[in-house]
Design a protein around this ligand. Structure first.
Ligand SMILES: Nc1ncnc2c1ncn2[C@@H]1O[C@H](COP(=O)(O)OP(=O)(O)O)[C@@H](O)[C@H]1O
Ligand SMILES: Cc1ncc(C[n+]2csc(CCOP(=O)(O)OP(=O)(O)O)c2C)c(N)n1
Ligand SMILES: [Mg+2]
Length: 340
């Protein structure tokens, strides 16, 4: 590849898909898209920034492209929506220009899997670090988007998959230690958005509130509770802690901390009315939800407290997830909290 123009032409060729919902794709000043009849649009964007979200030292180009789209698909899943169109903005420093093709390949491979069409974006030079932002547009039947604010006292809290594997892999990479297992590496570098689960819960009206776990269960659960104006009693012993978290942690309590605060799990956290909880529990690992495990991890309470329960003993839930504005030492601070 020789110039910005060559790269854009390459994107145009590789992303070209004949679809009835695209009147005009990449190549003009904007794309012209046709919304599906009777559905509402959902729109979101999420960026990955070098040395904040990834390091070039251990994250391959394909993973950067995959993850930039995956984190947006995860937000889309958390709304119960179907993703349709993506736009990607990429800023590359001179010594990373060779990665452009790999980033695009990783992004397009996932886009194909989930039937998302790449319809635009922007390409820029960068003086300081690699940056990628994806904007995703999807749709949902009117009134079916699942918000963070619908949890009610008595609802049962569920989480998909397992927690702490991505944080365990991050810790291993950062400390230049052997990786706990190849699965943990994939959980950090190639997260799999829980689209089938999110859409199923929305379609069947099973979830009263839902969000995806990016910043750590403790912080994201606190956000759900705040939006719903409720509290929660979280069962520490029920948490589906990934085996990788035990492998990298020095003791079981440190593994639990990776699961509670580590972040980047990209699992779905959702609440279910008590009378539907058995129905949801029975869906664990079912094809309808994409084969993902579903675990009950607590109950929504009327009071606004966030509690962590260990077999009868209760303490306030410490909120230690990821905050971008926690100061320049945030990653280091995470070092202190999570042992990264
Ligand atoms: N710079 C911004 N401009 C406009 N809206 C923003 C900005 N940053 C975040 N938001 C909005 O704030 C809400 C919460 O954002 P965030 O915590 O990043 O959500 P998530 O963890 O789901 O990605 C979202 O609705 C998001 O669109
Ligand atoms: C080099 C490096 N340091 C730290 C992390 C950990 N980390 C970075 S951002 C983040 C939180 C999730 O990202 P964010 O941009 O907050 O996603 P959003 O909440 O907007 O979906 C975590 C745990 C990492 N992946 N790589
Ligand atoms: Mg965040």
């Amino acid at each position: 590849m020789h110039s910005e123009r060559d790269f854009i032409r390459q994107i145009q060729q590789q992303a070209r898909r004949a679809r009835p919902d695209i009147q005009l794709g990449i190549g003009d000043d904007a794309a012209v898209l046709i919304p599906a009849d009777g559905r509402h649009l959902v729109a979101m964007s999420d960026a990955l920034v070098e040395d904040v979200h990834f390091r070039r030292r251990y994250v391959p180009a394909e993973a950067i492209g995959h993850k930039a789209l995956a984190v947006n698909l995860s937000d889309c899943a958390a709304m119960g929506a179907t993703p349709r169109f993506g736009l990607v903005s990429l800023a590359l420093p001179p010594d990373a220009q060779f990665m452009a093709e790999g980033i695009l390949a990783g992004l397009l491979a996932l886009a194909d899997q989930v039937n998302v069409a790449l319809v635009g974006g922007d390409t820029s030079a960068s003086r300081h670090g690699l940056f990628i932002d994806v904007c995703l547009i999807g749709d949902v039947p009117p009134g079916r988007a699942v918000r963070r604010s619908g949890a009610r006292a008595g609802d049962v809290v569920f989480v998909s998959g397992s927690l702490g594997a991505a944080a365990a892999a991050l810790q291993a990479f950062e400390r230049q230690r052997p990786l706990p297992d190849p699965d943990a590496r994939n959980r950090l570098l190639f997260p799999e958005p829980r689209l089938a689960l999110g859409q199923y819960l929305a379609e069947q009206r099973l979830a009263t509130a839902m969000l995806d776990l990016s910043d750590g269960l403790s912080l994201d659960l606190a956000r759900l509770c705040e939006a719903s104006r409720v509290g929660v009693s979280l069962d520490a012993l029920a948490l589906p802690i990934a085996t990788a978290a035990y492998t990298v942690a020095d003791h079981p309590e440190a593994a639990r901390q990776l699961a509670l605060d580590g972040g980047e799990d990209y699992e779905l956290l959702f609440t279910v009315p008590p009378e539907r909880a058995d129905t949801v529990a029975a869906l664990s690992e079912a094809p309808a939800v994409g084969g993902v495990r579903l675990t009950r991890i607590g109950n929504i309470t009327q009071d606004l407290e966030l509690k962590l329960c260990f077999a009868g003993e209760t303490q306030p839930l410490p909120i230690r997830g990821y905050d971008h504005f926690a100061g320049p030492g945030d990653i280091t601070r995470e070092t202190a909290d999570n042992g990264v």
